[in-house]
Write a protein that binds this ligand. Structure first.
Ligand SMILES: Nc1nc2c(ncn2[C@@H]2O[C@H](COP(=O)(O)OP(=O)(O)OP(=O)(O)O)[C@@H](O)[C@H]2O)c(=O)[nH]1
Ligand SMILES: [Mg+2]
Length: 456
């Protein structure tokens, strides 16, 4: 679908979820709205008379009725009216809140169309909000994120993005760079004069500041890419702790060799599984021990490699051996006491820091899965900054902007070539503009807004 922009059209759609509900909402936006309501909406007779719609300057909520073709009685509605630029779409907007019966809402909407208003395209209200400068593209995607959120974490992420967290930082960065570019270009215009519009140290500092602002955003995006590919959960602990047994129990397969002999596992072994909706790669490793032979050293090196890449480490100690762990586990470590069936409950380990399990106790594996899921969900909540569609769209631009700025830093450090510097900064600005929508193309709008449902 190609988004052709018809800002003069007045549009309408059902803004509430389809299906029966207590209340339903018909949303209307555009220039014709005041005239339509003036002609159609009848305020309650017992309310004091009020100014005409086109004279109203402030948002207004009132009760009344509207006549609907085919209905015997006028339909009672609550009217919410935003006269001008302060509305969501940045133009005159009205909502009719009525009983949520689907046939009634359809009849109301048909009446609006009969009166010359056209049906809204998917996402067209939000598109108008974007074109009116009420929100930027990142926030438009956040609206979509709120609608699509399948859990509390996703909802929180989308709401913070909607509140402008990411947009605010990027807008500030763009302003700084625009100022810097203006100074540089002024210098180019007066190249023959002994005037310096921006001192070299200041130029270098501002460029480094810009790179520093982008760094955490890039980090969050690459983090998110990794998350989308699956969480790496790594089993570690001394030989014979029961790690491979847990690996098999968690994956539901007998892929790992298990034996009472210490040092059974040498190489690491991975398997994909789904834990409470989170994609996880579970990894079994060799037992932790002082390595003597070459093969033991290789096994330990591989274990450490896996630990370094872990999002969550499951540190297993058997209940029948001393446990030398003190204090609290790090946020991405889970302390597990295995083979709980082999020892009477040890009071020293009664605290909240350890999870006692045994493959011979029913419910142990379910509790372990739950603990892993909860840990990962907490990490996910604290790290996620963008809704998925934003991450996918802005990744390239963010990288390109960072590369331009890094090149600019190098140019500034090497020689002072203002032409080249201005070129890099201009390119970085273009990329940053693409993220927020200060620079956009129809196909970008099409890609974003065609994913909305009608009425939003
Ligand atoms: N009693 C009891 N035995 C267990 C439990 N879990 C594992 N075992 C036994 O402990 C022994 C060692 O188990 P593994 O899973 O091979 O231990 P591992 O940590 O992978 O050992 P390495 O590969 O040598 O590092 C096996 O004989 C298992 O049957 C448990 O919960 N209770
Ligand atoms: Mg093993």
């Amino acid at each position: 679908m190609q988004y052709r922009l018809h800002p003069d059209d007045t549009i309408a759609a059902l803004a509430s979820a389809p299906g029966p509900a207590v209340r339903g909402i018909v949303r209307i936006s555009g220039r014709q709205t005041p005239a339509l309501l003036q002609d159609w909406f009848q305020p309650d007779a017992n309310l004091p008379s009020s100014p005409a719609f086109h004279e109203r300057k402030l948002p207004w909520r009132t009760e009344g009725t509207v006549a609907v073709a085919g209905l015997w009685h006028p339909c009672p509605v609550a009217l919410h009216y935003w006269p001008g630029r302060r509305s969501y779409t940045g133009e005159c907007l009205a909502e009719l809140h009525a009983d949520g019966s689907p046939p009634l809402l359809e009849a109301l909407l048909a009446e609006v169309f009969r009166r010359g208003v056209r049906p809204a395209e998917p996402g067209e209200f939000t598109l108008r909000a974007f074109l009116a400068g009420r929100i930027d593209l990142v926030q438009a995607e956040a609206v979509l994120g709120v609608i699509d959120a399948s859990g509390e974490t996703e909802l929180k992420t989308a709401l913070s993005q909607l509140a402008g967290g990411l947009s605010g930082g990027l807008a500030e960065l763009r302003h700084d760079l625009l100022d810097l570019l203006a100074d540089l270009e002024a210098g180019l215009d007066f190249a023959d004069e002994p005037i310096e519009f921006v001192a070299h140290e200041e130029l270098t500092r501002r460029l480094h500041d810009a790179v520093a602002i982008l760094a955490p955003l890039r980090e969050q995006l690459s983090d998110r890419t990794r998350r989308d590919a699956g969480w790496r959960v790594v089993l570690t602990g001394p030989p014979n702790a029961g790690k491979s047994t847990l690996f098999n129990a968690l994956t539901g397969q007998e892929a790992a060799l298990v034996s009472p002999q210490r040092g059974t596992t040498r190489d690491w072994l991975g398997a994909e599984l789904d834990l409470a909706g989170l994609p996880v790669t579970l990894i079994d490793t060799a037992g932790t021990e002082a390595a003597e032979t070459g093969i033991e050293q290789a096994a330990q090196a591989r274990r450490l490699e896996q630990l370094a890449q872990a999002d969550l480490v499951l540190d297993c100690r058997p209940a029948d051996e001393p446990d030398d762990r003190h204090g609290c586990p790090a946020a991405n470590w889970l302390w597990i006491v295995t083979k709980a069936d082999l020892s009477a409950h040890n009071d020293a380990h009664q605290d909240q820091t350890r999870l006692r399990i045994s493959v011979h106790h029913s419910g142990s594996i379910a509790r372990l899965k739950q603990a892993i899921g909860e840990r990962l969900a907490t990490q996910e909540g604290s790290r996620r900054q963008f809704v998925g569609s934003t991450s996918a769209r802005v990744r390239g631009s963010l990288e390109a902007a960072a590369e331009c700025l890094q090149r600019a830093c190098q140019i500034a450090a090497r020689e002072r070539d203002e032409d080249l510097l201005a070129l890099e900064i201009r390119e970085a600005l273009g990329e940053l503009g693409r993220i927020t929508g200060a620079v956009y193309t129809d196909d970008i709008l099409d890609r974003i807004f065609s994913r909305f449902c009608i009425g939003k």
